[in-house]
Design a binder for this molecule. Structure first.
Ligand code: SF4
Length: 238
């Protein structure tokens, strides 16, 4: 199943409109950092904590005491570490004037600039480019890798290979980037979970796993058709 197939079949089921709610590009970027390793609910609560503490701006974060930030973002887990990441990002945003300034740059430069900030890796940078800057980047997260491998990509697919496959479906269309990411995440979170719910899956027709193939990717084991085996996934569900 190609990335185009996934987009065509899943996007109508999981609308991307309003899927990543935020009041500003800066808040979106903060959310992308906070959601690392935690469910969205935790990140959203941490953003609310920053807002309540008056820390939801680059100037306020850069000037704040790290312990004050840690306390505000406690629901996002790893809060001491993320406190440092937020201060680094705030300092970066102030150094260029505002995160929106990146929007006029070519994607490669956007990526390089974001990867230069402590705590921002490729997945977080891609999410910032798509949701804060309106770019057309693939967001290659653990959900995407899991779904692509299960629906036919090689079990040895690297993140770069998954990114390339997603890029063929997205082209240069930011709306398609948002639609593909939202659809992949929602489907992997609710149906193609660590323990996949193949019997309820709209992709079952044509999915190699449902057809009984046993090629699996790193980080998970096959659940038998009878559902008797457990599996351990790379991505959290929920
Ligand atoms: S049929 Fe099963 S393995 Fe394939 S996409 Fe659906 S839930 Fe995932």
């Amino acid at each position: 199943m190609t990335a185009r197939d996934l987009l065509a079949r899943l996007a109508p089921l999981y609308p991307s409109e309003g899927w990543w709610p935020s009041a500003s590009p800066f808040e979106t970027a903060i959310g992308a950092i906070l959601v690392q390793g935690v469910a969205w609910r935790g990140a959203a609560n941490a953003v609310a904590g920053l807002r309540d503490a008056g820390l939801l701006s680059a100037a306020a974060l850069a000037a704040a005491d790290p312990s004050q930030i840690s306390e505000a973002i406690r629901p996002a887990l790893y809060h001491h570490q993320k406190s440092g990441y937020l201060r680094s990002f705030a300092t970066f945003a102030l150094s260029i004037g505002a995160v929106e300034r990146l929007a006029g740059m070519p994607p490669k430069q956007q990526m390089e600039a974001l990867l230069g900030v402590r705590g921002i890796g490729p997945e977080t940078a891609q999410a910032i480019i798509v949701y804060a800057l309106g770019g057309a980047e693939p967001v290659v997260d653990a959900y995407a890798r899991r779904l692509f491998v299960r629906t036919g990509a090689s079990p040895n697919s690297t993140p770069a290979a998954v990114e390339e496959a997603m890029r063929t479906a997205i082209g240069v269309d930011p709306a398609r980037a948002r639609a593909l990411h939202a659809a992949v995440v929602e489907h992997a979170r609710t149906v193609c979970r660590r323990a996949p719910r193949c019997s309820a899956c709209p992709l079952a027709m044509g999915c190699p796993k449902t057809l009984g193939e046993t090629g699996v990717g790193r980080g998970w084991r096959v659940v038998s058709r009878a559902g008797s085996a457990a599996e351990e996934g790379e991505a959290g569900d929920g």
